[in-house]
Design a protein around this ligand. Structure first.
Ligand code: GLA
Length: 418
């Protein structure tokens, strides 16, 4: 059998992305945008399903970004008839169907589809007391869609920095303000788009810095930027987009969150982050959970959550000690935990990890929420191509849709692109 082609997913240079979004804006609205802003997708090195449990995670911002060309609407005072300063008009190069509506009418359940992630941010900023008005915006993106690489957060965060600047809010100017923008993006996703996600993705997109992984402590939102230059160590982080459909809103994610909260309640702690003695906690769950609870299932969920934060701490120590190759086996261990204890993997993700490791990767794991999406493999830089070939070959042999690949490097956060 001939070798399958390896499809790489390129990132656009920022100037190209900005030019594309600005051109699409002109074509759509026949006017110049006020500017173009962009925000990155993310890949998480380690610490999965820990964010909504107050734990640690370690994402990097990808070179793949979502671009938003945006213009505010004229103020009501100079508005001729028909000029509504509350009007929001949104269009996307990726999604069919534009959206148009009044900002004052936005609320939970009122905006369908992708537009909820964009206009939801304006709604959330208003809820926080910021004077945000109507706007026109066109979105273009090279963040792989539905691949578990945070295309939703990239859209939210690009809109957030755009609105921040055009309304002079000044929040994007420092990390504390960026944390507040991230909180608004999370509200948009949870309350307007109705996806009950944690906060890792928005923090990654707004608070990462180039050349660093973001150690995010979800207990208090504090961060540490850890140098993350794999190429200096002759290594690379290969991302495999398995193309298995990835859906967070299907109830499984919410079910995991509910199980974790039930466990924390039974243990009498605010979040599972407070569990210090894992064995004692697992034993206590035998009697502490309400009658009818699936004790063994919940024990496994707790074991994943608590052990994954410990793996983040281990990876932090390995990176600090420049023992980067040693991170590989920790990733593979995390995959087993996500597969067996948290039960959020699928066949495609398992195959991506197994075939990458079988072809010489130092380790790998599924990333993001799971149930489809992407996996990562830590590989020697010279092995990127052969490992990708091996994964593509394994997918072809299994009769699965061909996966796509990218090499993840740690890039900069959301900001103005033009
Ligand atoms: C999704 C969510 C995040 C996080 C991950 C799992 O990406 O958006 O908040 O919970 O899943 O780590």
């Amino acid at each position: 059998m001939s070798e399958p082609t390896v499809q790489m997913l390129p990132a656009w240079p920022q100037s190209d992305g900005a030019a594309r979004a600005a051109a699409a804006f002109r074509a759509r609205f026949g006017a110049e945008p006020d500017g173009v802003w962009s925000a990155p997708g993310r890949v998480n090195v380690i610490g999965e399903h820990t964010d909504y449990n107050g734990g640690l995670c370690l994402p990097i911002a990808l070179p793949h970004r979502t671009y938003v060309a945006l213009a505010t609407r004229p103020a009501a005072a100079d508005g001729a008839a028909g000029h509504d300063p509350e009007l929001v008009r949104l269009a996307s190069a990726q999604e069919s169907g534009a959206w148009e509506g009044r900002l004052a009418d936005v609320g939970p359940g009122t905006v369908p589809g992708w537009a909820a992630y964009a206009v939801g941010v304006a709604w959330a900023l208003r809820q926080d007391g910021h004077a945000v008005g109507g706007f026109d915006a066109v979105v273009d993106s090279c963040v792989p869609y539905g691949a578990g690489l945070s295309s939703s957060a990239a859209l939210e965060c690009a809109v957030a920095v755009a609105l921040d600047e055009v309304h002079g809010l000044g929040l994007a100017d420092d990390d504390a303000g960026r944390a507040r923008l991230a909180a608004a993006c999370i509200r948009a996703e949870n309350e307007i788009a109705g996806a009950p996600t944690g906060g890792m993705d928005q923090a990654a997109s707004l608070r990462c810095t180039a050349g660093h992984a973001l150690l995010l402590d979800n207990r208090d939102g504090s961060t540490r930027h850890i140098p993350f230059d794999l190429s200096a160590h002759g290594l690379a982080l290969l991302v495999v987009d398995t193309r298995a459909p990835h859906q967070l809103a299907d109830g499984q994610y919410a079910a995991r969150r509910a199980q974790c909260h039930a466990a924390a309640d039974a243990l009498g702690v605010p979040t599972l982050r407070e569990v210090e003695d894992l064995d004692a906690a697992l034993a206590r769950l035998g009697t502490a959970l309400p009658a009818g609870a699936e004790v063994d299932v919940i024990r496994r969920r707790v074991r994943h959550v608590v052990s994954d934060t410990r793996r983040v701490e281990l990876v932090e120590r390995l990176l600090d000690a420049d023992e980067v190759e040693q991170v590989g086996p920790v990733l593979t261990e995390a995959h087993a935990s996500l597969r067996d204890d948290y039960e959020v993997s699928v066949r495609e993700l398992d195959l991506a990890v197994e075939s990458a490791v079988g072809a010489g990767a130092l380790g790998g794991r599924m990333v993001g929420g799971g149930f489809g999406g992407s996996a990562v493999a830590l590989v020697r830089a010279d092995d990127v191509e052969p490992v990708a070939q091996a994964v593509a070959g394994a997918f072809a042999s299994a009769g699965l849709t061909a996966p796509a690949f990218l090499v993840a490097t740690a890039e900069g956060p959301a900001g103005r692109s033009a």
